[in-house]
Design a protein around this ligand. Structure first.
Ligand SMILES: *[C@@H]1O[C@H](CO)[C@@H](O)[C@H](O)[C@H]1NC(C)=O
Ligand SMILES: *[C@@H]1O[C@H](CO)[C@@H](O)[C@H](O)[C@H]1NC(C)=O
Ligand SMILES: *[C@@H]1O[C@H](CO)[C@@H](O)[C@H](O)[C@H]1NC(C)=O
Length: 971
């Protein structure tokens, strides 16, 4: 191009050209430096991160363009960052000021991390920002007033941080702002009046701060508002009665936890879109508007903890109005001054109602049974009112109920068993009423229960094992201050998740079951004010989390288990007013005299000096028998391989002790089993002072913890080398390989031995002892085949002076000895010497007939007694154990009893003399069996009589059978 004659056109063109070129270059330079700035800003951001457990920033490296880095979005044309989204990545760090250089971004979302810095002022340079989500971090400092310049901002979320200072009034410039949420910070001052200018504002949420003053009236002019939440601040004053006229879109109105006073505005019902109203925990007074029925969308109304209502039923009229709110799900008005009778109309609430809480008022009347219609109830709480009458049986229909509290009222009658239909129930409180009767066993169906409060009623009867066996109970089981009696069921050990167990102030008795040591999560255990007896089980030591233990005012005796001092968290121990003795430990909870109460136990000594107890004179040296085994030794030497028998309450092992040469039988109680503790105690007590050659000799009772710290109870006996009579009588059934049988003389001796033992127990050993469980498996044979009666797990001790020799027996025990138990036991539930006599009679019949009383053939009508009786004396062969007849005579006698009869009269040779003798012996002994197992207890002989007869039978038998034998030593 030639420029010899420049004209205007070219000049202008050139200028335009130059202008564009320069601007283009400028723009390009800006774009590339802009991109670098963005990348640099991101790298600075990355540097500010101190912890990135998810490895978000691994992709933030040179091999990728930053627009492809995790969490980054760029604009398509200019490749400038438009959004940064790193939500919930567990990031720790600070937000650097460099992010203010990302001029094109619109969205920053760093919510739910742990950013600790202030909000950088430089952020306010990013004029394109529409959404800032910084909630759920640890941001500090103030909300920058400069944010007011970001006029495109629509959503600003700061909630759940540590922001301080005031809400800057400059935010009123944010004309596009729709959402402002800054709840759960430490913001102070008042809500600026200027906020009323935010005409697009939808959600304004500043609850849980320290904002004070009245709500500026300007806020109520924002007609766009759908959610207004200023709960838990320090606001005060009353709400203008007309506030809601200008809020046609309001759906959520939350002002709970302030100091608002005065009445609830009547205009509330004009905010016709309202769904959720929370006015709780203020000082509202007077009537609740009775036009709330207009609020057709209302789902949630919470008015609790105000001063609403009076003792007049009129103040409950709003309830009738609310029955028109067909969407109502939750209604709370607990903790007010409502009184008067609860209107029946509450039964007409929307069936959508899931929650009704009206506790802590003074409402009277009965619980309307028609509330059974509200089938979607999940939580119903009417506690701490003045309700009377019964718990409606119909409430069993409310099968979705999870929390039900009728506590602290004046309800009477019984707990309906329909409660068992509430299978979803997790919290159930009836405490402090006037309920009577027992706890319905149907409660076992409530397998989601974790808290049960039945305390301070008039409930009685035994504690149902169904309740103690509810393994779901994890929070509390409170049965205190009632009239429950009987034992604490061993099922208590099934409460493996429980924290608080309170059975105090009842009439409970018996031993504290060792299974309580299985409730490993127990922290608070209250058993005071009962009649518990026996020793404090050392199993308490396995309750490692125990903090509070109260066993005061019982009849506990023996020593304080030393193991209690090992409980690391125990900080309160009350053992006062028992009959404890011996040395008080000095460590653990026992160090601190103020954490401990031991008064009213006059035989205690030692302990820390602050307790002021007398010194223990010498170390409490109890006479320890040389061979009394240490438990540790027992557990160490008992191998299950050595199992020699088992019953419902226990397993018996063969064991060895270093101190004792002979083997021992260790009977380990199965504490899971109902009645095992009772059985253990019975056996320990019964055998405490008795000695007889035909009783199994108890060496000791152990009650302690095993190596796993579980409660362990065992009885240690002499080992009986020849096992039980049962095994000898029924070797095949008992799986014995060896075919062995007892001869007639052996059986005779055993019968005499057992009779001697019973005679001794009944008549000769001070307090009569009723065995109650006699059967062949409880008759053990030692190496010399001498019988030893064992298993006193069902035994009863009677005082001679007591006018009745009868006492109640447990049905659990009876089951174990079906067939041997006297018929009158079943009818009267009583035990007696005659009962043992019956069992003995059956035992004899079994020994010589080899037929069990439980044999199939005795199922219908005829029993063992009848069977033998009918055959005696002539048809002996039909009933007698064939092995009792010597082989050489078996043939003679086998064909027909009549032949034997004939031989008996016609032949007088030796063989027939023997036959006749055997026969006579068998008939006599079976007659004894029959006479002893007579149905009527009055007609049965006593053991002393029978013993004489048995000796006579034996003598006759011996004289003829083996005239040259030495006399058998049998007694
Ligand atoms: C991002 O990655 C995609 C796919 O790997 C690729 O096609 C694209 O060019 C990358 N973007 C940039 C800006 O490098
Ligand atoms: C926060 O993020 C964690 C991890 O992603 C998530 O489990 C949690 O539910 C989130 N919490 C909130 C309040 O968003
Ligand atoms: C932050 O903004 C200030 C004021 O505009 C500026 O001087 C400073 O350089 C900015 N900081 C960064 C790291 O860009």
């Amino acid at each position: 191009m030639k420029f010899n004659q420049p004209n205007l056109y070219t000049l202008v063109h050139l200028q335009v050209f130059l202008f564009f070129s320069i601007n283009l270059a400028c723009l390009q330079a800006n774009a590339s430096s802009g991109k670098e700035t963005d990348q640099l800003a991101l790298l600075k951001f990355k540097q500010g991160i101190t912890s990135d457990p998810q490895g978000i920033f691994n992709s933030w490296n040179d091999s990728l363009h930053f627009c492809n880095w995790t969490g980054i979005t760029c604009g398509r044309r200019h490749q400038r960052i438009t959004s940064l989204v790193l939500e919930g990545q567990n990031l720790f760090g600070s937000i650097p000021p460099h992010i203010g250089n990302m001029l094109f971004w619109r969205l920053i979302n760093l919510q739910n991390n742990t950013f600790r810095s202030e909000i950088p002022l430089n952020l306010t340079r990013c004029s394109q920002l529409k959404m800032i989500y910084l909630q759920w971090n640890n941001l500090t400092g103030k909300i920058p007033a400069e944010l007011g310049s970001l006029t495109k901002l629509e959503k600003l979320a700061f909630y759940h941080n540590n922001l301080t200072g005031e809400i800057p009034p400059s935010l009123d410039n944010l004309s596009s702002l729709r959402v402002f949420t800054a709840r759960e910070n430490n913001l102070e001052g008042s809500i600026p009046n200027e906020m009323g200018r935010l005409k697009s504002l939808n959600i304004f949420s500043v609850g849980v701060n320290r904002l004070s003053g009245i709500i500026s009236p300007s806020l109520f002019n924002i007609t766009s508002l759908s959610s207004l939440a200023v709960s838990l601040n320090q606001r005060s004053g009353s709400l203008p009665d007309n506030i809601c006229f200008t809020l046609p879109n309001l759906q959520t109105f939350i002002i709970d936890g302030n100091y608002f006073s005065g009445p609830i505005p009547n205009s509330l019902s004009n905010a016709s879109q309202l769904q959720m109203v929370a006015f709780s925990s203020n000082n509202f007074v007077g009537q609740v508007p009775t036009n709330l029925g207009n609020l057709q969308s209302l789902r949630w109304l919470n008015l609790e903890f105000n001063n609403l209502g009076s003792n007049s039923s009129n103040y409950l009229l709003f309830l009738t109005s609310l029955t028109n709110c067909s969407n109502l799900e939750t209604l709370h008005f607990s903790g007010n001054n409502f009184g008067g009778v609860l209107p029946d109309s509450v039964a007409n609430f929307s069936t959508r109602l899931t929650t009704l809480h009206l506790g802590a008022n003074q409402i009277t009347g009965i619980i309307p049974a028609a509330m059974e219609n509200l089938v979607n109830f999940i939580s119903l709480n009417i506690e701490d009112n003045l309700f009377t009458g019964f718990i409606p049986d119909q409430f069993g229909k409310l099968q979705k109920l999870q929390a039900l509290s009728f506590g602290v009222n004046r309800l009477s009658g019984q707990i309906p068993s329909s409660i068992g239909n509430l299978t979803q129930l997790s919290i159930f409180s009836l405490l402090e009423n006037k309920l009577k009767g027992s706890i319905p066993s149907s409660i076992r169906n409530c397998q989601h229960l974790y808290g049960l409060y039945f305390s301070a009623n008039k409930l009685s009867g035994e504690l149902p094992k169904e309740v103690l066996g509810l393994t779901s109970l994890s929070q509390i089981l409170n049965l205190s201050q009632n009239s429950f009696n009987g034992n604490l069921p061993t099922e208590v050990g099934k409460l493996k998740n429980i924290n608080i167990l309170d059975v105090s102030e009842n009439n409970l008795s018996g031993e504290i079951p060792g299974t309580i040591g299985d409730s490993l999560t127990l922290e608070y255990l209250h058993m005071q004010g009962n009649f518990f007896q026996g020793t404090i089980p050392s199993c308490f030591a396995s309750l490692r989390g125990l903090q509070h233990l109260d066993l005061s005012r019982n009849n506990l005796s023996g020593q304080i288990p030393k193991d209690l001092q090992e409980l690391p968290y125990l900080q309160y121990l009350n053992l006062s007013f028992n009959d404890l003795e011996g040395e008080v430990p000095k460590r653990g909870v026992f160090i601190n005299a103020s954490a401990l109460s031991l008064i009213g136990n006059n035989k205690l000594c030692g302990g820390v000096t602050e307790l002021g107890l007398p010194k223990c004179a010498t170390r409490m040296m109890k006479k320890v028998k040389s061979h009394t085994p240490k438990l540790v030794v027992v557990t160490a030497y008992v191998v299950p391989l050595n199992l020699i028998g088992s019953g419902s309450f226990s397993s018996v092992y063969k064991g060895f002790l270093p101190q004792v040469e002979r083997p021992l039988a260790v009977k380990v109680l199965n504490l899971e089993q109902t009645g095992a503790i009772k059985s253990f105690m019975a056996e320990c007590n019964a055998l405490g002072n008795v000695r007889h050659r035909n009783l199994v000799k108890r060496i000791t009772c152990c009650s302690s913890l095993d190596y796993k710290s579980y409660a362990f109870k065992a009885l240690i006996f002499e080992y009986m080398g020849n096992g039980s009579l049962e095994k000898w009588l029924h070797p095949c059934e008992e799986g014995e390989n060896q075919k062995r049988s007892l001869n007639l003389l052996q059986r005779l001796n055993i019968a005499i031995g057992v009779a001697s033992a019973l005679h001794y127990l009944h008549d000769l050993c001070g307090k009569p002892i009723i065995h109650c469980g006699l059967k062949p498996s409880n008759v053990l044979l030692d190496d010399d085949m001498v019988a030893h009666v064992s298993d006193f797990g069902l035994a009863k001790l009677f005082s001679i002076n007591s006018n009745s020799s009868l006492s109640q027996t447990s049905t659990t025990g009876i089951k174990g000895i079906v067939g041997y138990v006297a018929p009158e036991y079943g009818m009267s539930g009583l035990t007696s010497k005659e009962g043992d006599v019956y069992s003995y009679g059956i035992l004899v019949l079994e020994m010589f007939s080899k037929r069990r009383p439980t044999d199939e053939m005795f199922k219908e009508g005829i029993n063992l007694h009848d069977f033998v009786k009918a055959a005696l004396p002539k048809r002996l062969l039909q009933i007698v154990d064939p092995t009792l007849l010597p082989r050489e005579i078996a043939n003679e006698v086998c064909e027909d009893d009549e032949i034997v009869e004939a031989k008996e009269t016609n032949h007088h040779d030796n063989l027939s003399r023997v036959i006749v003798n055997v026969r006579q012996c068998l008939v006599s002994i079976l007659e004894i069996g029959v006479a002893f197992s007579l149905e009527s207890p009055m007609e049965r002989k006593n053991m002393a009589d029978v013993l004489k007869e048995l000796h006579l039978i034996k003598k006759t038998f011996m004289d003829i059978q083996m005239p040259r034998n030495k006399p058998m030593e049998d007694d």
